[in-house]
Design a protein around this ligand. Structure first.
Ligand SMILES: Cc1cc2nc3c(=O)[nH]c(=O)nc-3n(C[C@H](O)[C@H](O)[C@H](O)COP(=O)(O)OP(=O)(O)OC[C@H]3O[C@@H](n4cnc5c(N)ncnc54)[C@H](O)[C@@H]3O)c2cc1C
Length: 398
């Protein structure tokens, strides 16, 4: 058992009973005792003030891979809609589940979010594990990690996929430690190895200079985070149905250390919605200075696009970091990406290489950006960009 009770330290104070989301704890003759509902989620451990509960992290020999099956995606919500990354992961999860001949499930936590199960079904889920409680309305690390750890311990999925977002990165690492699983962050590719049936997780390593392929041979589940806009959503099939498994959880607001006082929308997101943009015009060091981003902004405005940037320009302080595209910036997948004065370093391409159409403008015919470009213009951006803007203004009647 990963959680142990040290009876001589237990005072029977009931804090663990209040902290347990699954009603899995009782006080019997003044001492804590697990009952049949216990999922070993570990929520009780952090609630105990007397060191009467201890979490023993699972070792690799504690895992029996034959007991684990199914592919899971952990849902991320924005208000009452599933986040785009969740739908993308359902598309990828569907492919993996079909390769393994198993089911695809969505773990959906929240309050009054049951109608989202239909969306999950349309985007590929066979089953939705639905845990609802007012405490789960907004994301907070502790209750989400407690409920998810319990769900994983109980249902034993073999693969768990999470968005590499602020929420996903925070949650996935916490769960992985509790269940003793390996976790590969920021994967750019996933597939099933045909011989071993293990998940092959591809991600950039050593500053993006190599693509590492990582497999978890022993621990289960195999866990990966994937950035938004890396995987493709399926076309929704509104006729699909998913089985909904309601998970009874009872969370106590008083036993949760963090409170959400106010949610403040970030201006940053309003100004630059790079990840949702259909057209991105990006500038690099070829612009020679911050003032010349005006050329990029003008072209972006004419075509109704967003402004992107290479890290070199961000590091030089020419433009704020939230415009950065690439391995340490945003991953984007627009219909059209126009790269102006960007060399096409591997770390930049990691963030934009899967755009539908790439136009590169660069004076150097050997620049690596031309290897990924659909159309290349070998010329001076200070000539090409204003001319392009002018032509497009005329063509679009602006
Ligand atoms: C761990 C790590 C993470 C990184 N993450 C990122 C990331 O997320 N995003 C990112 O972008 N980079 C990232 N980098 C940096 C990356 O390696 C490159 O240094 C960076 O992308 C270069 O930016 P650039 O193309 O603007 O500049 P340069 O490489 O200097 O290229 C400028 C280009 O402009 C062209 N040019 C010059 N003048 C003109 C002109 N008048 N007209 C047309 N073309 C012209 C030049 O031929 C050249 O190709 C990372 C690096 C590391 C080590």
């Amino acid at each position: 058992m990963p959680v142990r009770i040290i009876a001589e330290n237990c005072t029977g104070c009931k804090l663990c009973v209040q902290a347990c989301p699954y009603d899995g704890m009782d006080i019997v003759e003044g001492k804590a005792q697990f009952n049949d509902n216990c999922t070993m989620c570990g929520a009780c451990v952090s609630s105990c003030k007397f060191e009467a509960l201890v979490l023993d992290l699972p070792k690799k020999e504690d895992h029996d891979p034959t007991q684990f099956s199914g592919v899971w995606v952990i849902a991320e919500r924005h208000d009452n809609t599933l986040a785009s990354v969740t739908l993308e992961l359902l598309g990828e999860g569907r492919k993996l589940a079909d390769e393994l001949g198993t089911d695809l499930s969505l773990a959906l936590l929240g309050d009054e979010v049951a109608e989202l199960a239909q969306t999950a079904a349309a985007y590929g889920a066979d089953r939705v594990y639905l845990a609802q409680d007012p405490v789960l309305n907004d994301y907070r690390t502790a209750p989400y990690a407690d409920v998810m750890t319990g769900l994983i311990n109980e249902h034993k999925p073999e693969i768990v996929l999470v968005g590499a977002t602020s929420m996903g990165r925070d949650l996935a690492s916490r769960i992985a430690v509790r269940v003793g699983a390996g976790l590969t962050a920021d994967c750019t590719g996933l597939h099933i190895d045909p011989d071993t049936k293990l998940l092959v997780q591809t991600r950039p390593a050593f500053g993006g200079n190599i693509m590492a392929r990582i497999m978890c041979r022993f621990a289960r589940p195999q866990m990966a985070t994937v950035r938004p806009r890396v995987m493709k959503k399926l076309e929704p099939d509104l006729g699909r149905q998913a089985e909904v498994v309601e998970i009874p959880v009872h969370l106590n607001e008083r036993s949760i250390a963090t409170k959400i006082v106010e949610v403040i929308a970030s201006n940053e997101g309003q100004q630059v919605n790079l990840q949702d943009a259909d057209i991105i015009v990006s500038g690099g060091r070829g612009l020679r200075g911050p003032e010349n981003f005006a050329l990029i902004r003008e072209l972006a405005e004419v075509v109704g696009g967003a402004v992107g940037a290479s890290r070199a320009t961000v590091d030089a302080g020419w433009i704020p970091a939230y415009h950065q595209v690439g391995q340490t910036g945003k991953t984007v997948q627009p219909k059209l990406y126009i790269a102006c004065g960007i060399s096409g370093a591997v770390q930049h391409v990691a963030g934009m290489g899967s755009s539908d159409v790439i136009v590169a403008i660069n004076t150097d015919p050997e620049a690596p950006i031309f290897k990924v470009a659909t159309y290349g213009i070998v010329d001076d951006l200070f000539k090409v960009v204003p001319a392009l803007t002018q032509k497009l203004k005329q063509a679009l009647g602006k």
